[in-house]
Write a protein that binds this ligand. Structure first.
Ligand code: GLC
Ligand code: CA
Length: 561
């Protein structure tokens, strides 16, 4: 196993509560994941990233952790976890955990202690500040979840504490070395159990500007973004280097990926350049911003392919030989890719899902597949606010309604962008609740489960599932997919995403149409001489006199040697 095995690996993300329920309480569990290992093995993935499974009051579905050393009873027990690790290992699958240490739950013992007084041993585990002379919050930061100020008054301490996310999620004070040691201790606990690394939640937000400045240009009485003083803060790299020294480098062959919101590519290099000894890669968000609107993330805009290309090409370019990319289209915080960047109509869902997979997997980086993506699962299509479970969706609904936006518009925003789009139960078959559970699931199953499900994909050799399986297999066979140099082709084309990858004498040309019409694509001269086609989501590419006649959402991959 090479030291940098994660460069050749494909990761599968599991959102435990929505994957598979085995004890019929409507919530997915660890035993459900264990039961489905053979399915994942068949797909061919190397690593599972598990969203948080620790003890939690579940205000933010497990990201609000009250005990980092215990498994949440909804998901099972520590022995279920050990059994999962053991079984996965037998099948050659590694597991990485979500390390959510930007904040804890307000029910964590540390916070319960911290709240008691200014002079107890846990006092500085969190970020406490006095009120301004007029009693108001220390600064104008608003919560990322949209629930108002990022500060909450505590009557007992007579101070405010900072929470970038939910009120029930006070931010840990990373400036306190004791906090950092607690985190490292916990990391060792899980690594000693055999986990292969971590996805580090909100890691770009752990070091705050200690002056806690107001976010500028915010109208009186409104809240400003906390990113201004919290993202890529003054000591974030120092902390990660310390973590690397004290923990990560003490174990062999770990994989790390940091969630780095609001991190431009120049700064990404700082996190991922191997000489700096921090993280292997980060999740960046630039390509998730291409359909932001007037109010930010929640909008009803469609993206422009030119923006998406510009963003992705830039990351390919800048990290080549200076770091490593993660490749993803969606995750538990984002809408489903086929609905967002493809076309989820009955006519084009399958074609566009395959096209998107092609365009992503041939880029340089480690691909992440979010559960259900491999069968082309779509957005939830909820019509009423009551159907949503996500706290952020509810906060945003409230905020936009208070601003006077018509309900229909607000519901459209959620339909496009709610995190719940990703969180509906995995669709295993066409039985009740899509085979996820025989009990009513914690969030409704998408009504399309009778058409879109694993069983039907497994029964059809032309399915999206087998297309992903082939993409994953090719990555193991073609070093050019891992190491090849990336060059965009015909950047000005507004309907086609095309690029080449080249290594030694081998070259691939990847062409993906984002159009629902037929379009022409002029092949670069090197590819005129009847090159081998290694991937195609239609029967046979139609090509004449140097022109490729692309059908709706067609993807073609050529190979020359
Ligand atoms: C990350 C997680 C998200 C969570 C937030 C707060 O962004 O991906 O699901 O709500 O952090 O921990
Ligand atoms: Ca269960």
């Amino acid at each position: 196993m090479s030291k940098e095995w994660w460069k050749e690996a494909v990761v599968y993300q599991i959102y435990p509560q929505s994957f598979k329920d085995t004890n019929n309480d409507g919530i997915g569990d660890l035993n459900g994941i264990k039961e489905k290992l053979p399915y994942l093995k068949k797909l061919g993935i190397d690593v599972i990233w598990l969203n948080p499974i620790y003890q939690s009051p579940m205000v933010d579905n497990g990201y609000d952790i009250s005990d980092y050393y215990a498994i949440s009873p909804e998901f099972g027990t520590m022995s279920n976890f050990d059994a999962l690790i053991f079984e996965a290992k037998k099948q050659g699958i590694k597991i990485i955990l979500d390390l959510a240490v930007c904040a804890t739950s307000s029910e964590h013992q540390w916070f319960l202690e911290s709240k008691k007084s200014v002079d107890n041993p846990y006092s500085d585990y969190y970020i406490w500040r006095d009120a301004k002379p007029d009693g108001s919050e220390p600064n104008n930061w608003g919560s990322i979840f949209g629930g108002g100020s990022a500060w909450k008054w505590d009557e007992n301490r007579k101070q405010y504490y900072l929470h970038l996310f939910a009120t029930e999620m006070p931010d840990l004070n990373w400036a306190n070395p004791k906090v950092r040691q607690e985190v490292y201790k916990n990391m060792r606990f899980w690594l000693d159990k055999g986990v292969a690394g971590f996805r580090l939640d909100s890691i770009s937000l752990i070091s705050k500007n200690q002056d806690f400045p107001d976010t500028p240009d915010v109208p009186e009485g409104e809240f400003g973004s906390p990113y201004f003083g919290a993202s890529n803060g003054p000591h974030v790299h120092e902390y990660l280097q310390e973590m690397n020294r004290e923990v990560l480098s003490q174990y062999d062959g770990l994989m790390t990926v940091g969630e780095a919101t609001r991190t431009p590519v120049e700064k990404a290099v700082l996190y991922t350049d191997p000489v700096r000894k921090e993280l292997n890669m980060i999740f960046q968000f630039d390509h998730m911003h291409v359909d932001y609107g007037e109010y930010g993330r929640y909008s009803d805009l469609r993206f422009k392919l030119s923006d998406l290309k510009k963003s992705m090409v830039q990351w390919q370019d800048k990290l080549h030989e200076h770091g490593w990319n993660s490749l993803y289209w969606n995750n538990h915080d984002q809408p489903r890719t086929v609905s967002r960047f493809g076309n989820d109509s009955e006519e084009f869902r399958e074609k566009s899902a395959k096209m998107l997979a092609t365009v992503l997997h041939f880029q340089q980086g480690t691909p992440f597949i979010f559960q259900g993506e491999e069968i082309g699962m779509t957005n939830a299509n909820f019509n009423k606010i009551e159907e949503y479970r996500d706290l952020e969706s509810h906060n945003m609904y409230q905020k936009f309604s208070d601003m006077g936006l018509p309900e229909e518009k607000v519901l459209t925003f959620l339909k496009y962008k709610s995190r719940d789009n990703a969180r509906t139960p995995m669709q295993w078959d066409n039985t009740v609740n899509g085979g996820f559970s025989s009990y009513e699931p914690w969030i409704s199953t998408n009504k399309n489960y009778s058409q879109i499900n694993v069983a039907s994909d497994l029964a059809n050799s032309e399915s999206i599932f087998y297309y992903y399986q082939k993409l994953i297999r090719l990555r193991k066979e073609l070093p050019v997919m891992v190491d090849g140099e990336f060059t965009p082709v015909q950047m000005e084309d507004s309907a086609v995403f095309a690029y080449t990858r080249a290594l030694n004498n081998e070259k691939l040309l990847i062409v993906g149409s984002f159009s629902d019409k037929r379009i022409r694509f002029e092949l670069p001269t090197e590819f005129l001489d009847d090159p081998e086609i290694i991937m195609n989501n239609y029967d046979k590419a139609v090509q004449q006199n140097g022109v490729l006649y692309l059908r709706p959402y067609e993807a073609v991959v050529y190979r020359i040697k």
